[in-house]
Design a protein around this ligand. Structure first.
Ligand code: SF4
Length: 213
């Protein structure tokens, strides 16, 4: 792979980051930037509990932890925190997340991509899974429906095209998301918003009026 080439396999976490903010995804996976903030540190600590590979047998499933997964069709690779191989023949992925459910779909997208990977690898269906919110210690079930699967495919293509182009997307204008983003000091969204607004104003100033002579 040279600098201009996108990676052959895109990490599953990139889908999560892309759905949160395409610029964040580019900064991490295109430019190798990453810094922790209170949210990422806290999430990493709690995540350590499911980072060790292993398995256990439960009443209706064999549960495997920290399972590597991939999809040749989608060009994705990553790891599932938990895979439940249920007695009914289905596979049920569980992704551990630090915070509560967000308004955006990033966690669901990552979970759906995991499900699509394990389906391709095993030939078994994974029609649903869950996000385990560590703060509340509760599972939120997610149906891996066609629309979520389409979003996974679209996001994977968009990420590959973005990394191939090598051009950073502009910052999103969402102070809540940016406020929780560990890359805010590198990204400097307010500065770029201001530059963008100044450019718009300048463009407006020099628009020729249609009836001007
Ligand atoms: S600070 Fe905002 S615009 Fe910048 S990477 Fe983070 S979420 Fe995206």
């Amino acid at each position: 792979m040279n600098e201009a080439s996108p990676p052959d396999l895109i990490p599953l976490s990139a889908l999560n980051q892309y759905a949160y903010c395409p610029r964040r995804c580019f900064l991490i996976h295109g430019e190798g930037e990453f810094t922790d903030n209170v949210h990422t540190v806290s999430g990493s600590r709690e995540h350590e509990r499911v980072d060790a590979a292993g398995y256990e047998n439960k009443a209706d499933a064999r549960v495997e932890y920290a399972v590597p997964v991939w999809s040749d069709c989608l060009g994705l690779t990553g790891k599932c925190d938990v895979l439940e191989f249920r007695d009914d023949g289905t596979i049920y992925p569980v992704e551990y997340k630090h915070g509560p459910k967000r308004r955006w779909l990033n966690d669901d997208l990552q979970l759906a991509a995991q499900a699509m990977c394990v389906e391709e690898m095993t030939g078994k269906p994974a029609p649903k899974g869950a996000i385990f919110h560590q703060k509340s210690r509760r599972r939120r079930e997610v149906i891996i429906d066609d629309s979520l699967r389409s979003l996974v495919k679209e996001a994977a293509s968009a990420i590959r095209a973005m990394l191939a182009a090598g051009v950073s997307p502009p910052p999103i204008e969402d102070s809540r998301r940016c406020g929780e983003c560990s890359l805010k000091t590198i990204c400097e969204p307010e500065l770029l918003w201001a530059v963008g607004h100044v450019s718009e104003l300048a463009a407006g100033l020099f628009q020729p009026e249609e009836d001007a002579v």
